[in-house]
Design a protein around this ligand. Structure first.
Ligand code: SF4
Length: 438
């Protein structure tokens, strides 16, 4: 039976993702063209997850805009941002209301700025379609479509991360540094959403860091693009079709196989050899899997979150000898079910696939298929409590623990950290011994 209600869906609307994409651009202020709450709730989630204040502007539409259009509000908002923050760029994302009104955001913003050199990125992010990942994808493609321009080859690799943590981005940068490969991150929140307090206690209104506009322009001249979030890979496809930049859309580098693929992709596109340091990191991951095998073998784990991250964690759990029982994502993606089926086939696991659904259904399937551990964001806490199993917090948002955004779960090092987290969660939990390995 088809349900016409979603109960606790682990997804957010498009502007949430678009804001995160814009926040990874140096000197860029996200502007939500919609009602007050359309910016308040993303800001609230960003503040709780990253423990950073988020400068997100809003055109603050109300009833009159629904009748007469939102041009006046959007024009005022752009002028206010310009005079108060003087940013290099403004990233606009639309909302349910402005999309329904049908405002011509490109034209309105052009008129508002006239000859002002500030860059405007007008992404269409209607929230009644897709999820936060669709919004991230739309905003990122808008950035690249607006700025990318053909020039001389730059010997860099573009990396499209999707919505991952600053700790993951830093770990991926570390791998690229070890392999001596230069990169352009599309985009990069590793500093903007994890910024230091410098001597004197000063934090600038617009944080340091983020991908520069010139680097985004230069992404057309890279050796290739690797998207480790296939649900946000349309900018890679655009660069391939328009500028002939080879595109690789691959699973997130979590666990042995997926990280091996990532390393091979970097090596192939960047013409770099796989350095001994990378081989040693890989070896440490294998060793960590051996170390915990007697604790984790056969452990039932249920995983939910964004599709590329869930499918990579499912594979990693299977590699580690665990028994993934449920894989759930609220964001539909064509690769999700085939990814999980491939793991089931290779590792003889029986992971149930739930796609485009909610945590109510996830919980029902967890009850029937069992879980000794749940992996997902903070929205899984009540299910974990009900089932008396631990929750290892990954993904976005995590608001009931601190510091999760600082630590990687990607790359060989991040995978070690994730496995340790899962093992310690099992070891630290008071179980009914009769329930173990049922
Ligand atoms: S779903 Fe629509 S109305 Fe609600 S916050 Fe998102 S954009 Fe705004």
């Amino acid at each position: 039976m088809v349900r016409s209600v979603a109960i606790n869906p682990p997804k957010m609307c498009q502007p949430m993702g678009a804001i995160l994409a814009y926040m990874g651009v140096h000197g860029c202020v996200p502007l939500v063209h919609g009602s007050q709450g359309c910016s308040t709730y993303p800001r609230y989630n960003i503040a709780r997850h990253f423990r950073e204040s988020a400068e997100v502007a809003v055109s603050s539409l109300s009833e009159d805009a629904a009748v007469y259009g939102g041009a006046k509000n959007l024009t005022e908002a752009i002028k206010n941002i310009k005079s108060r923050l003087n940013p290099e760029a403004i990233g606009i994302c639309t909302t349910c209301m402005s999309e329904t009104i049908g405002d011509d955001v490109k034209l309105i913003s052009k008129k508002a700025l006239q000859d002002d050199p500030v860059k405007i990125f007008p992404a269409s992010t209607p929230s009644y379609v897709g999820t936060h990942l669709t919004g991230y994808d739309n905003a990122l493609r808008t950035l690249v479509e607006t700025l990318a321009v053909k020039g001389e080859t730059n010997n860099k690799i573009n990396i499209i991360t999707g919505i991952i943590n600053p700790g993951d981005i830093r770990e991926i940068k570390n791998m690229l540094r070890i392999m001596n490969v230069s990169s352009i991150f599309l985009s990069d929140i590793s500093d903007t959403l994890d910024s230091p307090i410098l001597p004197g206690g000063h934090k600038p209104m617009l944080p340091e860091g983020g991908t520069s506009l010139s680097d985004i322009a230069d992404s057309a001249n890279s050796l290739g693009t690797i998207a480790i979030c296939r649900a946000a890979g349309s900018a890679a496809t655009y660069l391939k079709n328009k500028f002939n930049v080879p595109a690789v859309l691959d699973p997130a580098p979590i666990g042995v196989t997926s990280t091996d693929r990532f390393v091979r992709n970097i090596s192939r596109l960047g013409g770099a050899s796989i350095s001994p340091e990378i081989v040693i990191e890989r070896g440490r991951l294998i060793d960590s899997m051996v170390d915990v095998h007697h604790y984790m073998f056969g452990r039932k784990v249920a995983i939910f979150g964004d599709p590329d991250i869930v499918s990579a964690i499912v594979r990693f759990c299977a590699e580690a000898g665990m028994a993934p029982t449920v894989a759930m994502t609220a964001t539909r993606h064509k690769d999700f079910a085939p990814d999980i089926k491939a793991v089931n086939s290779e590792y003889k696991t029986d992971t149930q696939i739930l796609e485009g659904t909610d945590l109510y259904e996830f919980h029902e399937v967890v009850k029937t298929h069992g879980a000794e551990l749940i992996v997902g964001n903070s929205k899984g806490k009540d299910i974990a409590d009900d089932e008396n199993v631990p929750l290892v917090r990954v993904g976005f948002p995590v608001y009931d623990r601190v510091g999760v955004y600082r630590y990687p779960i990607m790359g060989y090092n991040g995978s070690i950290y994730l496995l340790d987290q899962m093992t310690n969660a099992i070891l630290g939990h008071r179980y009914d011994p009769n329930k173990l390995h049922q």
